[in-house]
Design a protein around this ligand. Structure first.
Ligand code: PHE
Length: 455
């Protein structure tokens, strides 16, 4: 097999990079607003089930393709397919991934830009004791100022570029090994602090008491899409990271750590955000701005509001950065393999992100009433931002996930997949293969069809 030229220097570096990719704005910003829009409890249960039974197996499959096939997303799936005598058309997995790696960052950097802006707001002391209405007004005034928003998101993009341009060792590895443990220590500290001062009852009720009548077919797709997004699965980010993993790293325990850590962070974030939603009569279904209105109120009510709020937004920024670098690494790895100089590849990709990012940024001001695909029922009333999010998260990631499951479950010759996944002959490997062959493609496929094919 053509091995990747780059390799992680330790298993800790591999796991930190993968956890860094998974834990991001998806856990805080996206999880809270999508759970809010879909009624809470029942959505959260579907989300957790999907994370462990659909997405974790596919994450392992992604690692297997990456490590076995080696190289970027246009190389690894083709190598794995060829080795088992399958057509090279499996490279479609890679093209889907590259498409997703263009679409997802376009809205991701916008939200990361908001986070950057809020570090400054928090440090200025403006959040101390802030009311729900004032927090709402503050966020609206940021959105209404496209110049400011664009400056922040491009500053974030520039930092992402700097890390990716520095390379796997000097960039990705170093940043993740410092930021990911810091993030976790600080989150545990903040969680203990928040639990000791806040009232959690309404939030626990909303997040964990299912009201199945609230769950729609669209809600199930939203939960599955959120699972793929939050764990960074379906577009080859984890495949690319898997290609940098030496044969000696055990994959199943790495997958367990990543999925458990990611799910815990999402639930903790929900427990921090929803008490405020209910305590202040805010609407849980208010959309992408939810976190930016609720968190300032929650943090602002604390004793050391300015300090804690500033730390919190800095942590969110760390989380966003370690995810964004994994998104950018997908096309950059492919280009490096084809002879590009790394920093030039990263610069070109950043240019694409900056351009597409403008459409998403302006979706909250100049283009707020522009609904480019309004003639298609599924996209009625959706702005550029909404469309990028929906297509990337709810269509491309699940579709990529189905193909990844199929290549490893059905495409690879018997025994090869379980061996490459370090399972040996145990029952866990049998269960994993079964999930990849049947439950994953059938469940994810059915949900996609029900939602996207007009009745
Ligand atoms: N998992 C990241 C988050 O939760 C987003 C992401 C999606 C990163 C897909 C890489 C690939 O914020």
């Amino acid at each position: 097999m053509t091995g990747a030229t780059e390799q992680w220097s330790s298993r800790a570096a591999f796991v930190a990079a993968a956890v860094g990719s998974a834990v991001g704005l998806g856990n805080f910003w996206r999880f809270s607003y999508v759970a809010g829009e879909n009624g809470g409890g029942a959505f959260v249960i579907v989300y957790i089930l999907a994370a462990f039974f659909l997405i974790a197996p596919i994450l392992l499959a992604e690692f297997v393709i990456g490590r076995r096939g080696g190289g970027g997303v246009l190389t690894a799936p083709a190598n794995v397919a060829r080795e088992s005598g399958r057509p090279s058309a499996w490279v479609a997995i890679g093209w889907l991934g590259i498409l997703a790696a263009a679409i997802i960052p376009a809205f991701y950097i916008v939200v990361a830009g908001w986070v950057l802006a809020y570090i400054g707001v928090a440090a200025s002391g403006a959040l101390a004791g802030i009311s729900g209405e004032a927090a709402d007004a503050l966020f609206s005034s940021l959105l209404a100022d496209p110049v400011q928003v664009l400056i922040y998101q491009n500053a974030f993009l520039a930092m992402t570029f700097a890390v990716v341009a520095a390379g796997v060792h000097a960039g990705l590895e170093r940043v993740n090994l410092i930021l990911v443990p810091t993030l976790f220590l600080a989150l545990v500290g903040l969680g203990i602090y928040a639990a000791s001062v806040g009232d959690q009852a309404a939030a626990i009720d909303f997040l964990f008491r299912p009201d199945w009548s609230e769950l729609t077919a669209q809600g199930v797709l939203a939960a599955i899409g959120q699972g793929f997004f939050s764990i960074s699965v379906g577009m080859g980010a984890m495949m690319t990271f898997g290609a940098y993993a030496p044969r000696s790293f055990p994959l199943p325990s790495s997958v367990a750590m990543i999925v458990v850590a990611d799910t815990l962070v999402a639930l903790l974030a929900g427990l921090a955000i929803f008490p405020i939603v209910f305590g202040h009569g805010l609407d849980p279904a208010s959309g992408p701005g939810l976190m930016f209105v609720t968190l300032p109120v929650a943090l602002g009510a604390l004793d050391a509001a300015t300090l804690v709020a500033t730390i919190f937004f800095v942590l969110l920024f760390f989380a966003a950065l370690t995810s964004a670098i994994s998104l950018m690494e997908v096309p950059v790895a492919v280009m490096c393999e084809r002879g590009f100089v790394r920093w030039q590849a990263a610069a070109l990709v950043s240019g694409v992100y900056a351009g597409l990012g403008i459409l998403c940024a302006l979706s909250f001001s100049t283009f707020a009433n522009v609904h480019p695909l309004g003639f298609i029922p599924t996209f009625e009333g959706r702005t550029w931002f909404d469309i990028f999010d929906f297509i990337g998260t709810n269509i491309l990631l699940p579709l990529g996930g189905i193909l990844i499951a199929a290549l490893v479950g059905w495409g690879m010759v018997a025994g090869l997949a379980t061996r490459e996944a370090d399972f040996g002959d145990g029952w866990l490997g049998v269960l994993w293969l079964w999930l990849l062959r049947t439950l994953c493609p059938v469940a994810v496929g059915a949900v996609l069809i029900v939602n996207l094919v007009p009745a």
